[in-house]
Design a protein around this ligand. Structure first.
Ligand SMILES: Cc1ncc(COP(=O)(O)O)c(C=O)c1O
Ligand SMILES: [Zn+2]
Length: 414
């Protein structure tokens, strides 16, 4: 890395800057590189398909290491989803199955870079605010590296995610309040205790981890560039990371075209989509970014991972959607839940509600003629259905309960 750039006021900081937010305006920062040199090094070092996120070290803000990371993070499959695509008339639909990360969500990409950064700067305690997955992921990877993790969650976080964090040995602080309250408390506590705060968006290193998802898609498609990548958004960091991944490859001279990044949000937690629509309605596709205020909402969705009042990487996400000419798609909670068995039955991939939201968004875009038949569409499946069985069971159906006899089997099957 060679420095930081503010998303709002474009002020730059040198690589040895110790903070996380822009000292001029308080907005989020993005990490920058000497892209030409990094691109050349990356091209030399890449061989075969994606192995894990550390295959992309020339474009990661980390010290070089001799020992491999103890767990395999990234290197997840990109599946051609033929039957699923054909069910709505799409010929080129792909699924990026990020449920196959160590803690079963895409958050491991961000946490891996964050814990490595923590060790680079000598921190031994890492903290995060989390709706559930960032915390279970941080707890998992901190355990693998022997760091202590402290996680702040809303009291309502799903039991599977809480159980993951606790099993990995994290200190879990369940705040009587929502994610936004937990976020502010984690900030204050981390400042006071001197912990390395991995909280999403606010920490610029998380975006660098998330962007590796784009690098892997690029490699797996053998140089073809998707027309669209559909990403679920809560804080918007996964989305801004996805865009940054493609932009980094472009700036480094490794690709000559960029995909659209489509945003999938629950209509009851849609601060980013609302902001994009407001700017588009005002014909403001390139506003003065330092004057843009991202909307706040009162989030209440079944998709707990994307239930966010005030997106902590909102500006970067809005910018990514506008710059990439992506869609801002809102879907109902009913559509999100219906997408879980729909996806599972056609592909064998079991997604949590936030992760199924991308498939619900693709269906809506097709219904509204926003996607044409031959477009190459990649849908990110960001977290496993096992993380929130309670919601999946509302739409999965019920087992056939019978007496233990073959007659009963025959009867029930009729
Ligand atoms: C499974 C899953 N999908 C999507 C998201 C949204 O990511 P972001 O908050 O960066 O927008 C999250 C965030 O926790 C998540 O856990
Ligand atoms: Zn700034």
């Amino acid at each position: 890395m060679n420095g930081y750039l503010c998303f709002a006021c474009a002020t730059t900081q040198a690589a040895d800057f110790g903070g996380f937010l822009c000292p001029s305006c308080g907005e989020n920062l993005e990490i920058t590189y000497d892209y030409v040199a990094a691109g050349e090094e990356l091209q030399r070092s890449l061989c075969g398909g994606p192995r894990d996120i550390f295959s992309y070290t020339p474009l990661l803000p980390l010290r070089k290491r001799d020992t491999p990371f103890p767990l395999r993070v990234g290197g997840t499959p990109l599946y051609a989803a033929r039957r699923l695509g054909e069910s709505i008339g799409l010929c080129n639909l792909y699924l990026k199955d990020d449920t196959l990360n160590p803690s079963a969500s895409t958050k491991d990409r961000a946490s891996a870079v964050a814990v490595q950064r923590a060790t680079d700067i000598g921190a031994t305690v890492v903290s995060a605010a989390s709706t559930g997955n960032a915390g279970s992921s941080l707890a998992c990877l901190a355990a693998a590296l022997g760091l202590r993790a402290v996680v702040f969650v809303p009291e309502s976080a799903p039991v599977a995610k809480l159980t993951q964090m606790l099993s990995f040995g994290a200190t879990v602080i369940a705040v009587r309040g929502n994610y936004d309250t937990a976020f502010d408390l984690c900030l204050a506590a981390s400042d006071e205790m001197g912990w390395f705060n991995r909280s999403t968006g606010y920490n610029p290193f998380t975006r660098e981890g998330k962007k590796t998802c784009a690098f892997e898609i690029w490699q797996d498609l053998d140089g073809r560039i998707p027309d669209r990548v559909v990403v679920p958004a809560g804080d918007g960091n996964m989305l801004s990371g996805m865009w940054k991944g493609w932009c980094d490859l472009h700036t480094a001279g490794l690709i000559d075209r960029l995909p659209k990044i489509d945003c999938a949000q629950s209509e009851s937690s849609a601060a980013i989509c609302h902001t994009v629509r407001r700017l588009r309605d005002n014909n403001d596709a390139e506003p003065t970014w330092s004057t843009v205020v991202v909307d706040k909402v009162e989030a209440s969705t079944v998709a707990d991972s994307i239930a966010v009042d005030r997106p902590r990487d909102g500006l970067a996400a809005v910018k990514a959607i506008l710059h990439s000419a992506g869609e801002a798609v809102t879907i109902s909670d009913a559509e999100i839940l219906a997408a879980i068995p729909d996806l599972a039955r056609s592909t064998g991939i079991f997604a949590e509600p936030a992760a199924a939201a991308t498939w619900a968004a693709v269906q809506q875009m097709v219904r509204n003629d926003r996607i044409t038949k031959h477009e190459l569409v990649v849908c990110v499946v960001s977290g496993s259905g096992l993380k929130d069985v309670a919601h999946a069971s509302e739409v999965a159906g019920k087992p056939l309960v019978i007496d233990p006899s073959i007659e009963a089997v025959r009867k029930v099957l009729h």
